[in-house]
Ligand binder design. Sequence first.
Ligand code: SAH
Length: 392
Amino acid sequence: MIDVRLKERRDAPTRRRHPWIFSGAIDAASGNPAPGETVRVLDAAGNPLGMGAWSPESQIRVRMWRFDEGPVDEAFLAGRVAAALAVRATMGERFATDALRLVNAEADGLPGVTVDRYGDTLVGQFTTVGAERHKAALARALLAQTGARSFYERSDVDSRAHEGLAPTAGLLAGDEPPGHIVIHEGETRFAVDVRGGQKTGFYLDQRENRRLVAAEAKGRTVLNTFCYTGGFGVAAQKAGAAAVTHVDVSEHALGQARANTELNGLAGATFLRANVFQALRDFRDRAQRFGLVVLDPPKFAETKAQAAKALRGYKDINLLGLKLVEPGGLLATFSCSGAISPADFRMMVAAAALDAHRTVRILRELRQAPDHVESITFPEGLYLKGLLCAVE
Ligand code: SAH
């Protein structure tokens, strides 16, 4: 076992159980660990702090598996999986769904490991060399403990490059999953493309927000920007929206939104292929207004350094989006950039409301769905935030 010693006074985050150790905090290693190898972490005085995975190419040099001494083996990993499943044991029933995030990386004590369940299919994403090293054992544990039939890997993400890993995707264990998996959220059904979809195929993190937005949609005209699979708009239409317009730049996404509309026995929605920044200006110029505008853009900031520029992008669409809301209407606005805090986001919407000359009241603060658990010691895990607003 290789020991990794931290510099003087650089052990505080690890003692607070923050799972990341940056390269600058490390004094020396007693050997040359392989990528993903488990190392023992010591403070400057040689006291053990726990065990982590060595990432030689990443600025985050060690990701902690555990904050005590012990093995990181199949039994340990199976225990972490069991704990993750236990905390979600009643969620499927409570949220009336067969699609849940089962493992949420650091927050579940499994850095670099994300696993979503879509019916009988599990879809995993392994973004670090530590996760990569143990992915077969994790897939085995997850299949055994859930009774699911397939474990499909979607590690085709750019962030693997920071770890010196190439993107990869394919069947990891069990049977080939079906081409499309139909999942449900309450009465609403969605087809999930686990091979070709974004992330693991579906934005489960918006489940609760789809329900809250749909509950406000009856009788309203809805503009669903950045629609992807149509989630917000389909749920709104199902709940009795008067009209729904979906906007996305991707034809593939619009195809999925169309398919999900039909899957729910709905018709008459509009599917617009456009850049949302332009589409919002076109609606404004044509004086077209909506009773409910949803803004759910992709991540504008990957890092804190990009936050200021990202906030200008968010403000642009929020300013335009607010102008399109008819008096007495609603705005549901989101950011999935972890680098933007809820307070920053709220200030941005406040500035947009001032510039748009609209009075905005917050009906509800929105967050990622509860199966995307957060760890109290890892605030970075909160990434999705939003506001449901009444607009005058
Ligand atoms: N609201 C969706 C998730 C949105 S993901 C849901 O609830 O499931 C972001 C989507 O924005 C992707 O489908 C992507 O194709 C689209 N997108 C990204 N940039 C865009 C742009 N400038 N204009 C229009 N669509 C864009």
